[in-house]
Write a protein that binds this ligand. Structure first.
Ligand code: ME8
Length: 504
């Protein structure tokens, strides 16, 4: 059975991971956990991009052998993924033999097919972006300089004139446009699709895919004086990692940042067409984070270190905040204040206080005994909570993580309103039967909520389930499990400390 195959970009190993890398990887993990909870076999691939001039220069600056430097930084990514509870199934490094062999094989095949040919490259190169630009793409500015046209970069370009191998990208203009038209979900979200369409409609030029001066790379088959262009090499990872399997390719979704969308939405599908391989089902480009209103960059020192946040808030809050704060696909700003505000209002006041209050009431009024369903029953969890499950699920399926969390917090708000309205603390004195019904309903509603938040906050969801007397293994509960009572056992509430404590 074909697995649902999700990929993140392969991150450059020139420096340690920051919030931006964590963002994409957490999103991919939430999608993977959600799909697994639905019972789908899932495969999540991440890894590191380790060839090219930029990495070679970074290693030199650090006084290390290039591969030792790659080992060191790649391990930092893996450590962070472990820390953030990323459930990846495979981790690929472009310096691994399994990848290098497949890149050479594909390159040789495209030479044989005539889609890669030898010529001379004249133009401009940005080392930081590892990207070529033509004269027209990177015109001189009023000071006579040529700067990288990528607004996020703007570094000086290097003049390059050398013999090069070229990929016949121009040949794929029409096939790409046809593919986009026939597969409306291929380019997502839709507002980014138009950028790509405009770019491809404007005409495609053949792409230089080898470098003579760069030694740290995979040699061109049969022409050892050239190494393969780092992007051509790295993109192939999504396919090379599936070698020897028949249940992975094509990928279901490549999740990438908007700045590398063209590579994934234009060059990569053209490479696959040339190789006669099926295309991924979707390429999704999310937006960019700034930090405290400014561009995040390693060189300027303005970036958010994930460990700094998780030390103070824990990993689940970090995961939650990134997907809650901005719409997946749009840009947003990370600030300490926004994090504290959202934490206090949604996690402390919204969720944690509700759970704590209900458990405290069960403790005081029922001596901690799990409330039982009486007759007539109080059915808010059936009428107003469980029916929201398909909507939440559909939003995560569409990578609308922000929208899914919005619905979950709408439900949490409605539960808080329900407590205020039904006043179980008063009923405890006047109508014990009714009081127990309300508590039964609340416990069941909270069990459903715990299942919903599992992909986002796996640790807190497990804590909630434990406190609510639910067996949370092997998987988080679905709303249906809660309703059928499949995984719950009678007994006692395990009231714990509040899930989240207020921050000043
Ligand atoms: O581009 N906001 O690697 P990279 C949101 N090796 N996401 C961000 C971000 C920010 N400020 N900064 C980084 C490369 N990201 C290539 C990819 S794929 C075959 C090769 C995330 O280390 C986002 O996913 O520069 C972005 O696309 C990626 O990190 C870039 O990582």
């Amino acid at each position: 059975m074909k697995k649902y195959y999700i990929t993140t970009p392969l991150y450059y190993v020139n420096a340690a991971p920051h919030l931006g890398h964590a963002y994409t990887t957490i999103a991919a993990d939430v999608l993977a956990r959600h799909k697994r909870a639905q019972g789908a076999p899932v495969h999540l691939l991440t890894g590191t991009d380790e060839h090219g001039q930029k990495i070679e220069e970074a290693a030199k600056a650090a006084g290390k052998h290039t591969i030792d430097f790659c080992d060191m930084t790649s391990a930092k990514f893996r450590e962070l993924w472990k820390h953030l509870d990323i459930t990846y199934d495979d981790y690929i490094r472009t310096t691994e033999k399994r990848h290098e062999d497949k890149v050479s094989e594909l390159f040789a095949l495209l030479i044989k097919k005539g889609d890669i040919y030898k010529g001379t490259y004249q133009g401009w190169y940005c080392v930081s972006d590892e990207t070529f630009f033509t004269e027209t793409e990177a015109p001189e500015d009023d000071k006579g300089r040529r700067l990288c046209p990528n607004a996020e970069c703007r570094k000086p370009l290097q003049r390059v004139e050398e013999e090069s191998w070229f990929f016949k990208l121009s040949k794929y203009q029409e096939p790409l446009l046809k593919h986009y038209a026939a597969h409306p979900d291929f380019l997502a979200p839709s507002h980014r699709a138009s950028e790509i369409l405009r770019f491809v409609e404007g005409g495609l030029q053949d792409l230089s895919v080898s470098r003579q001066k760069v030694k740290w790379g995979i040699p061109v088959p049969g022409d050892q004086s050239h190494t393969i262009y780092v992007w051509f090499d790295a993109l192939i990872n999504y396919w090379s990692a599936t070698a020897g399997t028949d249940d992975l390719w094509p990928a279901d979704v490549h999740i990438v940042g908007k700045e590398i969308y063209r590579f994934h939405a234009v060059i990569w599908p053209a490479m696959l067409m040339a190789a006669g391989l099926p295309l991924p089902k979707q390429v999704f480009a999310h937006g960019w984070w700034t930090a405290e209103g400014k561009k995040m960059s390693k060189s300027s020192g303005n970036f958010v270190d994930p460990y700094e946040i998780t030390r103070e808030y824990g990993t689940d809050v970090f995961r939650f905040f990134l997907l809650r704060q901005m719409q997946f696909g749009n840009d947003g700003d990370f600030s300490a204040q926004a994090l504290r505000l959202r934490y206090n209002s949604e996690l402390v006041d919204g969720l944690s206080n509700l759970l704590y209050r209900i458990e405290t009431m069960v403790d005081s009024y029922l001596d901690g005994r799990m409330p039982v369903k009486g007759s007539p029953s109080d059915d808010f969890h059936l009428t107003n909570v469980a029916p929201r499950a398909p909507e939440i699920s559909a939003k995560i399926d569409a990578l609308d993580f922000h929208g899914a969390l919005e619905v979950i917090w709408e439900v949490i708000r409605s539960l808080n309103e329900r407590v205020a309205k039904t006043e179980p603390f008063k009923l405890a004195k006047t109508d014990k039967v009714k009081c127990e019904l309300v508590l039964f309903d609340m416990i069941h509603s909270l069990r459903i909520v715990a299942g919903w938040i599992e992909p986002f906050m796996p640790r807190k969801a497990a804590e909630m389930h434990l406190q609510l007397g639910v067996r949370q293994f092997p998987e988080a509960l679905t709303a249906d499990d809660v309703l059928t009572g499949a995984n719950s056992h009678p007994g006692r509430i395990q009231k714990g400390p509040p899930l989240f404590m207020r921050k000043k």
